[in-house]
Design a protein around this ligand. Structure first.
Ligand code: DQA
Length: 145
């Protein structure tokens, strides 16, 4: 099975961006670890990062033809983007939502997630490990569907 891991705005800055909140691991390191873990459990992992809401929506549309599942950390668009939520419902691919930080333990405005409404589930608070957990969750889901 093929999985797209998509990271949204500001996540290209991982490693140097508020390391006390988001950790010291860079996005390139996370993506390498995901590709390696995917290979180990039989998932072909592709990775993409964008700071642009429309580009993320285009990528979700394109995934309908080329992917079997999605892992998305939409950054702040999580809390604002009805358009991204609608894109995910339109393509009917299983989604696992990831956040490095525990968004429920942070500011009120981070508690609401539009993406969670169309996700199988949400993994947050486990740092970079969350992406690996998301791949395991999708793998298990795809095996029973
Ligand atoms: C984040 C949490 C969001 O609230 C924030 O806007 C981000 C990163 C996380 O991974 O913890 O950009 O999605």
């Amino acid at each position: 099975n093929r999985i797209l891991i998509m990271n949204g705005p500001n996540l290209n800055l991982l490693g140097s961006r508020q390391p006390e909140v988001y950790g010291a691991t860079t996005l390139a390191m996370i993506e390498d670890a995901c590709r390696a873990h995917g290979k180990a459990i039989g998932l072909a992992v592709s990775c993409l990062q964008s700071n642009h809401e429309g580009a993320m929506i285009d990528a979700v549309h394109a995934a309908k033809r080329s992917q079997d599942g999605l892992v998305i950390n939409a950054g702040a668009y999580t809390h604002t983007s009805i358009a991204l939520m609608d894109a995910v419902s339109s393509v009917e691919l299983p989604l696992v939502e990831v956040h490095l930080s525990n968004i429920h333990a942070r500011e009120e405005f981070r508690h609401r997630s539009y993406l969670a409404k169309v996700a199988l589930g949400q993994i947050c608070g486990f740092g970079a490990q969350g992406y690996i957990l998301a791949l395991d969750a999708l793998k298990a889901h795809l095996e029973v569907t």
